[in-house]
Design a binder for this molecule. Structure first.
Ligand code: PXP
Length: 236
């Protein structure tokens, strides 16, 4: 199973001060140097974290797989066709949400989906649709011509350790198996962390996990001792 690291929240922190620190491209390089198989960025319509320039710089400076998460809009399609990431993941987007809440309703907009996916696939970009583990959505994703789906693991993550975990995990497994039977490759992500990630090994053939928040959050805990020591040396 491969690991894609979502670095959106490096940009969230940078934007809090409006400067250049932490440097998004340098952090992307650190992820790759330490075993990440790809870098994921979500270019949101409101540009609240990742900016257009970040995506372009990562594409230019890193010789690694770039996965661009984006909404199904004309603007995003034209950015993808110009930046040419290796992969795009089409996500639903609401301005008010804190993060991507729920999967894309591709079954409810299948014709639009097909038209959106086609030029991307024709240009050689891997296309993935971020959907809930629901057979109807998997079937529709397949019909768009996309090669991948990414299963939204938010419900599994939220129910982990509760009596609802069994069902939410089964939903993921069933959806993954159905997608694979159609020939789709299956990724997963959202809310995965150092405790709940292990069960992803129980879903056979999962291709890649995309994980952001828990990695960036943990990097503060594990990186803080070093950061303080270095400053203390300079100050004392
Ligand atoms: N996959 C997709 C499609 C997402 O939208 C997100 C959140 O941006 C993630 C994975 C990563 O989720 P998290 O930050 O909770 O690990």
């Amino acid at each position: 199973m491969l690991l894609g690291v979502n670095i959106d929240h490096v940009a969230t922190l940078r934007n809090a001060r409006g400067g250049v620190e932490p440097n998004v491209v340098e952090c992307a390089k650190l992820c790759i140097l330490n075993g990440a198989d790809s870098i994921t960025t979500h270019l949101r319509e409101d540009r609240r974290h990742i900016k257009d320039e970040d995506v372009k710089l990562i594409r230019k400076e890193l010789n690694t797989k770039l996965n661009l998460e984006m909404a199904m809009t004309d603007e995003m399609q034209s950015i993808a066709l110009s930046v040419m990431p290796d992969a795009v993941c089409i996500v639903p987007e609401k301005r008010q949400e804190l993060t991507t809440e729920g999967g894309l309703d591709i079954a409810g907009q299948l014709e639009r989906g097909k038209n959106f996916v086609k030029p991307l696939v024709e240009k050689g970009i891997e296309v993935s649709l971020f959907i809930d583990p629901d057979k109807k959505q998997v079937q529709a994703a397949y019909e768009t011509g996309a090669q991948f789906i990414e299963l939204h693991t938010g419900t599994y993550s939220n129910t982990f350790g509760t009596d609802k975990e069994k069902q939410s995990f089964e939903d993921l497994k069933t959806a993954a198996e159905f997608a694979q039977s159609l020939g789709l490759k299956v990724n997963a992500g959202h809310g995965l962390n150092y405790e709940n990630v292990d069960r992803m090994h129980e879903i056979s053939g999962l291709y890649e996990l995309n994980i952001g928040h828990s990695i960036i959050a943990r990097s503060i805990s594990v990186g803080l001792p070093q950061a303080v020591k270095e400053m203390k040396d300079l100050v004392k």
